[in-house]
Design a binder for this molecule. Structure first.
Ligand code: T1G
Ligand code: NAD
Length: 701
């Protein structure tokens, strides 16, 4: 089947691109477009051309799977130029997403029409690239330098009506799109409109302040820090201002090739595909049908329950929350309404939508209110007895076929399921705080969880716009299990005399949004404290958390008490002097001597345990793929995306180097927390990487 079909509707030729699932600009599509334009030019009946796409979207960009393979002509810039050079007017008919190379094709066309639901953007920076088919030179000519720079450096697409307001789209039309596009084209022909070539348009700059680009960089700093491509994108847009079109295109190509060769692009492309791989569960039969989810129950309306309820309401589900008493129920209601009103205040929803959302939510103290729920998510205190009691009650009130999920952070879900008569309907849905914002959802598959329950959880994750990663039951599942090694080493570094704000700075400079002590203060130091109180202290580990515990005992629980490792006030948070005093005392008690520690060691001591524990999690089958572990850390813990995630980062360092470093710290600090994972040793011995491991496992099905 041709990737591009030619159909002449009287005097207008329509080129239909057809390359499911997202009409990526593969070699066949590029070739088909050039042939289509040549055929239309030669076709006496055709007075103009419309380029449209079949399926759910206009072209969503270059075919990312072709990157790294030997390039085949025609190259994308040549296709864009061939379309622009067409002697007859060419109109792009846009639906779904015109992204990257897809939008560049549309900007090669002389006119653009789009349906209102369409989105248009140049997201290449999210892949560590810049637009490479003249997009950085054409977009400023169509929408102005400011809007172009914003779109290219953020990679954020814009909706059709905004694109029209910016001048990127000539008309927003109703469906049927192609009929409307052909009609629009006929109005051009009737008006004697000739091809309008974007390359000939001027770049308007007279209104730009001299320090425009510096101000832009400062405004974008938090978003682009540490990344290579955004700075190249700025340079390319600058070229559009300073150079004639053809020179600008040459400059764009140079910058594009630098990005393509940069390791960050490979890491970001890994993250792109890893995120899409998580939903593929090898042993889940393809014909398993998810159960219908329309009504959701939430037990517990605290920090997590209220966020979970909000995420479900925003996805159009009706939610009933049950709390243990009227006061707690009222508090839960207020929290959820607060989150919903926040979206209204931010102008993300209008008044009508706000009240519609509030109508989908009710609170109660009667568990019977959950009798019609299709899915019930428990988010009560992290205590096994409390949770078991809740599940016994749910087992009596929930309807047959209802799914019972727990949001526990650490507890054994098989044990929780065992108190019900329906363990096949039980699993973990582990959200991350704040649950209505964080995109990660660990879907914890218990020993008896039924296949259709797992399939329902995966569909539910997509429905509430979460990235659902499947994990098996163990203490802390994937993310929190790895986190404990990271936090533990940060605690030991503290006792070795490294100030906590220096540790946080090193981790921040590595690319995380914040360091371990800032994160502890944000989540609340009392969560870890309560957990440690519930279990047998580990004499070798305990010193690493003594300072945390003493802060909590002194009432410094973090941001929620105005102080923790830092003191929070009007101005920027300041290190809490209490910490240094506790460090001196606890280091002396533990017999830990102060020593000089480099930033490189701080990073290694915090990140290597992630990799090592990740290897154990992989070998035990808790995670299906190493790339799933990467997705957990990218979406749940802010691991810098341009490093690909902890397992990809390990591959980029070389597993032999990683193993060598772990052994080095084992020799320096003792084997207890620095024993290499068996899988790591096996892979190094075989000269393999974690990606090889994933590929081998995938091939073995
Ligand atoms: N190339 C190859 N495969 C792609 C692809 C692409 N551009 N986009 C998506 N896929 C695959 C994806 O892996 C998945 O495969 C399936 O399509 C469905 O995707 C020169 C160089 C379009 C908004 O960055 O943002 O152009 O897992 O699950 O949620 O300037 O896909 O089923 O096997 O994501 O409906 C710029 C990337 C490229 C857009 C649809 N373009 N795609 O989202 O479906 S660089 C992009 C997306 C470029 C030029 C440069 C989204 C989507 P599988 P999906 P979705
Ligand atoms: P929280 O203390 O803020 O809220 C717990 C709520 O449960 C309280 O409002 C309480 O009134 C209610 N509750 C207690 N017993 C109940 C019962 N029998 N019936 C109905 N309601 C009851 O706690 P949280 O931080 O929201 O944590 C809830 C769960 O989510 C825990 O298992 C925790 O480990 C997990 N979790 C927490 C976080 C986090 O960052 N806070 C992240 C992920 C998971």
């Amino acid at each position: 089947m041709a990737a591009v079909d030619y159909e002449c509707q009287d005097d207008v030729a329509v080129l239909w691109v057809d390359n499911p699932p997202v009409n990526a600009l593969s070699h066949a599509v590029r070739e088909g477009l050039v042939k289509g334009i040549e055929q239309a030019e030669a076709d006496p009946a055709a007075k103009a051309v419309v380029i449209a796409a079949r399926g759910r979207t206009f072209m969503a960009g270059a075919d990312i799977r072709e990157f790294g393979q030997p390039p085949k002509e025609p190259f994308l810039p040549d296709v864009v130029e061939r379309i622009e050079a067409c002697s007859k007017p060419v109109v792009a008919a846009i639906h779904g997403t015109a992204l990257g190379g897809g939008l560049e094709i549309a900007m090669g066309c002389h006119y653009r029409v789009a349906v209102a639901s369409a989105r248009l953007g140049l997201p290449e920076v999210t892949l560590g690239l810049i637009p490479g088919a003249e997009g950085t030179q054409r977009l400023p000519r169509l929408v102005g330098v400011e809007a172009a720079l914003e779109m290219i450096v953020t990679g954020q697409p814009v909706p059709a009506d905004k694109a029209a307001a910016l001048g990127l789209v000539d008309r927003v039309v109703e469906d049927p799109l192609v009929d409307q596009a052909v009609a629009f084209t006929r109005t051009l022909l009737a008006a004697g409109k000739a091809p309008r070539r974007t390359r000939d348009l001027p770049v308007k700059t007279d209104h730009l302040p001299a320090d425009f680009f510096d101000r832009f960089r400062a405004r974008m700093h938090k978003r682009i820090r540490g990344q290579f491509a955004p700075e190249q994108a700025i340079a390319a847009v600058k070229a559009a201002i300073e150079l004639p079109f053809a020179e600008g295109v040459k400059r764009e190509r140079e910058l594009f090739m630098q990005c393509m060769a940069h390791p960050q692009s490979a890491a970001l492309r890994h993250a792109f595909f890893a995120e899409r791989e998580v939903a593929k569960i090898p042993d889940l039969p393809a014909d398993v049908r998810p159960r219908e989810i329309a009504r959701v129950g939430v037990v517990g309306g605290g920090t997590m329950g209220s966020g979970i309820a909000t995420a479900c309401i925003k996805a159009g589900l009706s939610v009933t929350m049950v709390e243990r008493d009227e006061d707690a129920a009222a508090a839960g209601l207020a929290r959820v309404h607060g989150f919903l009103e926040h979206d209204f205040k931010k102008g993300r929803i209008d008044e009508a939508e706000l009240s519609a959302r509030k109508e989908c939510f009710q609170v109660s103290t009667d568990y019977a209110a959950l009798s019609q729920a299709d899915l019930i998510i428990e988010a009560v205190f992290e205590n096994m007895d409390v949770k078991k009691d809740v599940f016994r009650r749910l087992d009596t009130v929930a309807k047959p076929g209802a799914i019972l999920a727990t949001n526990t952070s650490y507890l054994n879900i098989d044990e929780i399921a065992s108190v019900t008569g329906r363990p096949a309907d039980v699993l973990g849905l582990h959200f991350f705080s704040p649950a209505h914002i964080m995109r990660l959802l660990e879907i914890v598959r218990a020993a008896k969880t039924a296949d259709d329950v797992l399939a329902t959880a995966l569909a539910f994750a997509k429905r509430i716009k979460k990235v659902g990663v499947v994990a098996r039951v163990c203490h802390g599942f994937i993310g929190n299990r790895m986190l404990s090694g990271y936090i533990r080493q940060a605690g030991f570094l503290l006792l070795e005399g490294v100030p906590h704000d220096r540790i946080d700075k090193a981790i921040y400079d590595f690319g995380f949004p914040m360091g371990p002590f800032q994160m502890g203060d944000l989540a609340g130091l009392d969560i870890g404290y309560l957990l440690r109180q519930q279990r047998q202290p580990d004499p070798e580990e305990a010193p690493a958390f003594r300072v945390h515990d003493r802060l909590v005992e002194a009432g410094a629980k973090g941001q929620k008490t105005g102080k923790g490792f830092y003191i929070y006030g009007e101005s920027a948070p300041k290190p809490n002097p209490m910490v240094a005093e506790f460090v001196r005392e606890e280091a002396a008690k533990a017999g830990i001597a102060r020593r000089e520690v480099s930033d490189e060691e701080i990073i290694a001591r915090c990140v290597l345990p992630l990799i090592n524990e990740g290897a154990r999690i992989l070998e035990e089958g808790i995670a299906i793929r190493a790339s799933d572990i990467d997705v957990v850390w990218l979406y749940g813990y802010g691991f810098p995306r341009w490093r690909g995630g902890p397992m990809y980062y390990a591959d980029s360092l070389g597993l032999d180097h990683v193993l060598d470093r772990i052994r080095h710290y084992g020799a320096l600090l003792g084997p207890r927390f620095w024993t290499p994972a068996p899988l790591l040793e096996k892979l190094v011995a075989a000269g393999e990487s974690f990606r090889d491991y994933d590929r081998r496992k995938k091939a073995a099905g």
